[in-house]
Design a protein around this ligand. Structure first.
Ligand code: GAR
Length: 210
């Protein structure tokens, strides 16, 4: 497959994906698109010899126009938002129906949006985690493909919780991309499923070998 990864910043999820490709766990050709010229993710792409492109974020319509042109040029089949901190327009999403996924650092539908770890700790909830879901017009609301969980310990801070969740993200996202490459992710009655996936085991993830 040809997969575009949209990024905006640090790029640790991007690195997890490119590492998984280097280790032979993933097969796709990856192209990186950033809306931030200074994103560390762009340096990471370079380190892994992965084509990377920057398009000015504003106006959004121009960013999307440029991105779409590249996506068509490279015959992109699928888009992964990996720390992409902008909201795609309805028209853009329509171009790739059920072909855009996002990773979010909470157990959706809890804690959509930003400042997720702070809000999770303040709420007193005992578990958090990461979610990979399809992207729809409504923010962080598309159907959920997979989740990974971690307990929130009494001594956890925003920073320690972020680290715990991020290390789950780095396993969960490559795993979901693998399932997509294998054609195992499907939607039925507005819910997403993975054919023959073993959820339900803790800690995540028995199938992952990276
Ligand atoms: C990750 O925690 C990702 O889940 C989150 O931003 C971080 C990006 O880190 N994404 C969102 O909050 C999207 N709403 P990274 O750049 O190191 O991958």
């Amino acid at each position: 497959m040809n997969i575009a990864i949209f990024v905006s910043g640090r790029g640790s999820n991007l690195e997890a994906i490119l590492k998984a490709k280097k280790q032979g766990f993933l097969d796709s050709n990856f192209y990186v698109i950033s809306n931030n010229q200074h994103a560390k993710a762009l340096d990471i792409a370079k380190c892994y010899d992965t084509p990377a492109f920057y398009f000015e974020p504003k106006p959004k319509s121009l960013f999307e126009e440029n991105a779409l042109k590249l996506l068509k040029e490279k015959n992109i089949d699928f888009i992964v938002l990996a720390g992409f901190m902008a909201i795609l327009s309805k028209d853009f999403i329509k171009e790739y129906p059920h072909k855009i996924i996002n990773i979010h650092p909470s157990l959706l539908p809890a804690f959509k949006g930003i400042n997720v770890h702070k809000r999770a700790i303040e709420s007193g909830t005992k578990f958090s985690g990461a979610t990979v879901h399809f992207v729809t017009e409504e923010i962080d609301a598309g159907c959920i493909i997979a989740q990974a969980i971690t307990p929130i310990d009494q001594e956890d801070t925003e920073t320690t919780l972020e680290h715990k969740v991020l290390s789950l993200e780095h396993k969960l996202l490559p795993q979901v991309i693998k399932w997509i490459e294998q054609g195992r992710v499907f939607i039925k009655n507005q819910k997403a499923y993975v054919k023959d996936a073993k959820y339900g085991s803790y800690p995540f993830n028995p199938e992952l070998e990276i």
